[in-house]
Design a protein around this ligand. Structure first.
Ligand code: AMP
Length: 408
């Protein structure tokens, strides 16, 4: 499939694609949509930013248009992802008023959700905990459920949602189509698939866990005490919007406070903030009112804001895999992006673990190394001598002893 119009989609969805200026499918869409229309169960492994939301959204809406009694459920790990998926579905159902949806997420009053469900909905986007709440209260049933999507399935398991998923399973009709999307395919995803899917077809776009190639990755060597100063330098040297990752909720708040002192417009996102605060932080960052979003790993996956030009790992992620998810927030939909990681002497072991993990993915990435304390961006136009092909092997030299101004 080269163009969407080869698919003979129902008119309202075809019209929506036109108005969204989606003419050609992305690779994951080209593979998954015909299979999904053919009613196959699918395990789709795709990098972030590949267009996976429309890869399940388009066949679902096409199906619901053809079968006016049927409904669909999309399970996602986080409230942010739920909101984002809902936005895409709203766009896709712009010309299909008969397909109404509900978003069932925690952190918000359950009453309006119950009211909405009472009026009847055909497209539910939910996080597992809140969905179970509704199922237990019998405010929702899945008698007409036709398609189930497990989005960011690896993240759902990482977040400990397996017990909730197992409780949801008995509520679902046995005859249904199930589409599972995951950035990675560890063993526990295979187990999940064995429970939820029937003879699934596998679809993979690009090697598993490989960062999008357009991301220019670099590190800045600094110290724990020097991080804030380094951050301010980086923000001055960089253009465009910036997503900064910090390790804890308290550190997120501290970094944001520090940047505000320097006159930066900063939003904050972490699990201790209310749903209202989280929504307005995301909205403000999305529409450009805040140039900077400081967040914990809650923002590491699923968030799609096309204009994020820079990701800064103020703190390294604890899990090497999360490095890929974090940096995948930039270079969305083919744009250029930069990812910078701050490395203190205490971080060396963790950076080695990340390097080894990246090396194991088989595809080394060009990592651009700058001397301690110097913003990496200063070297952006440097000769190839300062560019290191990243082999995934730990570096032996001690970067702290490197003469200033000389790249590693
Ligand atoms: P996703 O991986 O679903 O988060 O999508 C990443 C980005 O790609 C989103 O900004 C989408 O609007 C965009 N996108 C998805 N499919 C297409 C398409 N077929 N043509 C152009 N842009 C697309």
């Amino acid at each position: 499939m080269q163009y969407f119009n080869e698919l003979q989609l129902q008119q309202p969805i075809a019209q929506a694609l036109q108005s969204m200026r989606f003419e050609k499918p992305t690779p994951i869409q080209a593979q998954a949509i015909p299979l999904a229309i053919d009613r196959k169960d699918i395990i789709a492994c795709a990098q972030t930013g590949t267009g996976k939301t429309a890869a399940f959204g388009i066949p679902i809406i096409d199906r619901l248009l053809k079968h006016p009694q049927k409904t669909a459920l999309i399970l996602v790990p986080t409230r942010e992802l739920a909101a984002q998926v809902t936005e895409v579905l709203k766009d896709l159902t712009r010309f299909a008023p008969s397909i109404n949806g509900a978003i069932l997420i925690g952190g918000m009053s359950i009453r309006p959700q119950i009211e909405k469900l009472r009026r009847g909905v055909r497209l539910v986007v939910a996080t597992p905990g809140r969905l179970l709440d509704h199922l237990d209260r019998r405010t929702l049933d899945f008698k007409s459920l036709d398609i189930l999507v497990l989005d960011e399935a690896d993240r759902m398991l990482d977040m400990g949602f397996a017990p909730q998923l197992n409780k949801i399973l008995p509520y679902l009709p046995k005859t249904r189509q199930t589409l599972l999307f995951s950035a990675t395919l560890p063993a526990n995803i295979e187990q999940l698939s064995a429970r939820y899917l029937t003879h699934p077809v596998r679809v993979t776009v690009g090697p598993v866990s490989r960062p999008v190639e357009k991301i220019q990755q670099s590190i800045v060597e600094t110290t724990a005490a020097g991080k804030n100063e380094t951050l301010v330098d980086e923000l001055h040297a960089r253009k465009g919007s910036v997503l900064i990752f910090a390790r804890t909720k308290a550190r997120t708040d501290r970094v944001a406070r520090h940047l505000k002192k320097y006159g930066h417009s900063v939003a904050r996102l972490h699990g201790d903030r209310t749903q209202g605060q989280r929504t307005s932080a995301m909205a403000g960052f999305r529409d450009g009112r805040f140039r900077i979003l400081v967040a914990t790993d809650i923002a590491a996956r699923g968030i799609d804001i096309p204009h994020i030009a820079n990701v800064i790992n103020y703190d390294l992620p604890l899990v090497p895999e999360d490095y890929l998810h974090r940096i995948g927030r930039t270079a969305r939909a083919g744009a250029e992006g930069h990812a910078v990681s701050f490395i203190t002497p205490e971080d060396k072991a963790q950076w080695r673990a990340i390097s080894n993990f990246l090396g194991k993915t088989g595809k080394s990435s060009a990592v651009f190394v700058s001397p301690r304390g110097e913003p990496a961006s200063k070297f952006a136009g440097n000769t190839s001598a300062s560019r290191k092909k990243f082999s995934g092997k730990p570096r032996r030299s001690n970067p702290r002893r490197r003469p200033a101004g000389r790249p590693a």
